[in-house]
Ligand binder design. Structure first.
Ligand code: F6R
Length: 614
């Protein structure tokens, strides 16, 4: 939530900052703004809406300067308008600051600053912080860097901050706590800062991920200096980025979401590359190897996540329980962290998160850690906060996911969970050799099967056209297809704004069946497997009430074809692998329906990709 970018060096800051903001726009698009230092002036430009509005607004403005900060906002405090947009300036016009996060005690600080005569233009917590820095500087007569450090000792909450000052135009000051911040070390002695590495990668591969309560001073004369909030100097750990620039572009697709849906044969392959060999019958997740016995011995494993990642966790529960016979509980991170949960030292908590930055998931993990549990992570973003605080984990290797609606990250999470379940099952002896080998071979060819589904995109598009004007939709599935139904419903509602609900197919008769009439599309996963006949009965119940039925079936199915309004055939696969296939038609259906309704597919309203506020 909220994207921040900053540059200092010999290049034109505006271009770098605005290009970076476009890459970070998935983190929020309520407003955008930049501040540029040039010849002793601090020029500030802010505009409600997308970065494109800001560009239009700055067309005829002075955009010169080699030092700049920029922000794209997902509003928390104050409505999205020009005034509340970042950067924010101090009353004396000396400093400008951008912030991602929430200052929880901003109200009391603001009241005190008001008594001292300071004035506020916006309703934001960020302006309060900016003016607090100004006030501390006035009282202590120290530097602005020092004043920011002291200010951060007073604030409660989360922040990733970059600040510039007229006093020292050769310096950027950055700090973080619970919101991500990466520093890029340029080739010409220049520096970059951003919420993630995507705005930086085209200039440098050398980065430092700031840790909580660290302050970085990026000085053109003095280089990079890192301090703790208590003023202890630290040694920066410089890492090499692995992201490829092409992965940040649309590559000829109309939307990132469509590109990411089509990337899945490759992203699933990337996910199991080097971790699975069907011929030699082994599976190995290096990252968690030394924790496997502990996982097998654990009385329970708790999987925590939010949104789509929570749906992946539900699939994981089926896989772990059925294949490895390990007890799994799946929890919404936001509920878990506030419920005073019982956590024991022999518990294993696995956090699943694409971004690795979701505030609730991070806080839930920290809680589990404080109670002595072993904490593991399944993340997509390398170097993210969750991947850094966990004892161990496995990356999903899906590549950057830019579309706000998660697609390839979900299938990659499910792939990692499948590999984990298989590895644990093998080690524990809860799976027969034959079944193990069959599943490995089947998993290896899943990418081809995903491709076969992508090849019927035109058919799915035609079906989508029939339901583009629906106001409600139901998604039904049983077993591990139930989370797929939940995920299908979430995809539809978040990008097309059609109200949709996912249910276990058998639960329908306990309430939702009352909603079914001839207007109601019902999407059902009715693939071959142990619960096929039961699902067919549920389908009959829908048809008996004249609901419109769209069924995902196994290739060659005849029975459901007779009853359903539309069938989408997917290749046959082991029941444990069906989630990886059945989710693809739902992604495509949601995508096409949203496009037909003229919705902004990649940046749906009110959403942001990385939810770093609770
Ligand atoms: C939905 C979606 C969200 C995320 C959720 C968790 O398409 O993307 O529901 O899954 O915000 O995000 P991560 O996985 O980054 O923790």
């Amino acid at each position: 939530m909220c994207g921040i970018v900053a540059y200092i060096g010999k290049k034109d800051a505006y271009e770098i900052v605005v290009k970076g903001l476009k890459r970070l726009e998935y983190r929020g698009y309520d407003s955008a703004g930049v501040a540029l230092l040039t010849d002793g002036n601090l020029n500030l430009y802010k505009k409600q809406g997308k970065v494109a509005n800001l560009e239009e607004f700055t067309k005829d403005k002075d955009k010169s300067g080699r030092v700049g900060i920029g922000h794209t906002r997902w509003a928390t405090h104050g409505e999205p308008n020009d005034v509340n947009a970042h950067p924010h300036m101090s009353n004396n016009g000396e400093i400008a600051l951008i912030h991602n996060g929430i200052i929880e005690n901003y109200d009391s600080i603001k009241r005190e600053l008001l008594t001292k005569g300071y004035t506020f233009q916006s309703e934001t917590d960020t302006e309060v912080l900016t003016i607090l820095v100004e006030d501390i500087k006035k009282n202590t007569n120290g530097t602005y860097a020092e004043s920011l450090r002291l200010a951060l000792q007073q604030v409660v909450g989360a922040y990733a901050i970059v600040m510039i000052s007229k006093e020292n135009p050769r310096q950027l000051i950055a700090a973080r706590k619970s919101s991500p911040l990466v520093v890029g070390i340029g080739k010409d002695g220049d520096f970059f800062c951003a919420s993630d590495a995507t705005p930086i990668v085209e200039y440098t591969k050398k980065v430092v991920y700031l840790d909580d309560e660290e302050i970085a001073v990026l000085d053109l004369d003095d280089g990079l200096k890192l301090y703790s909030i208590d003023d202890v100097q630290k040694t920066p750990y410089i890492q090499e980025l692995e992201i490829k620039l092409e992965s940040l572009e649309k590559g000829g697709y109309d939307h990132f979401m469509l590109k990411e849906i089509h990337e899945q044969p490759r992203s699933i392959t990337d996910c199991f590359r080097g971790r699975l060999n069907a011929e030699e019958a082994w599976v190995s997740l290096g990252g968690i190897k030394e924790y496997e016995q502990k996982m097998i011995d654990a009385k329970r494993i708790i999987m925590i996540a939010c949104g789509t990642s929570w749906h992946a966790a539900l699939v994981g529960e089926y896989l772990f329980e059925d294949l490895a016979r390990i007890n799994v509980e799946v929890e919404y991170a936001s509920e878990f962290r506030y419920r005073n949960p019982i956590i024991n030292e022999d518990d294993i908590v696995i956090a699943i998160s694409q971004s690795g930055e979701t505030a609730d998931t991070l806080a839930a993990l920290e809680l589990a850690k404080s109670k002595g549990a072993t904490i593991l992570g399944i993340c997509n973003v390398v170097g993210s906060s969750i991947s850094r605080i966990t004892d161990a984990g496995s990356y999903t290797h899906a590549g950057p996911e830019i579309g706000v609606a998660s697609t390839k990250a979900f299938t990659a999470q499910v792939t990692v969970l499948t590999l984990m379940a298989l590895s644990l099952a093998k080690k524990k002896g809860s799976i027969s050799d034959t079944k193990f080998r069959t599943m490995l071979s089947e998993l290896e060819i899943i990418p081809q099967k995903v491709q076969e589904i992508l090849d019927i995109n035109d058919k799915i598009k035609t079906i989508s056209a029939e339901y583009k004007d629906a106001t409600n939709a139901l998604y039904l599935g049983r077993g591990s297809s139930f989370p797929v139904a939940l995920e299908g419903a979430l995809k539809l509602k978040e990008i097309s704004y059609i109200h949709a609900e996912g249910y276990p197919a058998a639960e329908m008769k306990h309430g939702p069946i009352a909603l079914i009439d001839e207007e109601m599309p019902v999407f059902v996963i009715a693939t071959q497997g142990p619960s096929y006949e039961k699902v067919v009965s549920n389908i009959q119940e829908v048809k008996a009430r004249k609901g419109k039925l769209i069924a995902i079936v196994t290739e060659g199915d005849e029975q459901v074809k007779e009853i359903a309004d539309h069938v989408i055939e997917i290749p046959e696969a082991d029941e444990h692998l069906i989630p990886l296939l059945a989710t693809i038609p739902f992604q495509l259906l949601s995508y096409h329906i949203a496009v037909m309704r003229n919705c902004n597919v990649d940046q749906p309203r009110n959403l942001a990709k990385s939810v770093t506020v609770e």
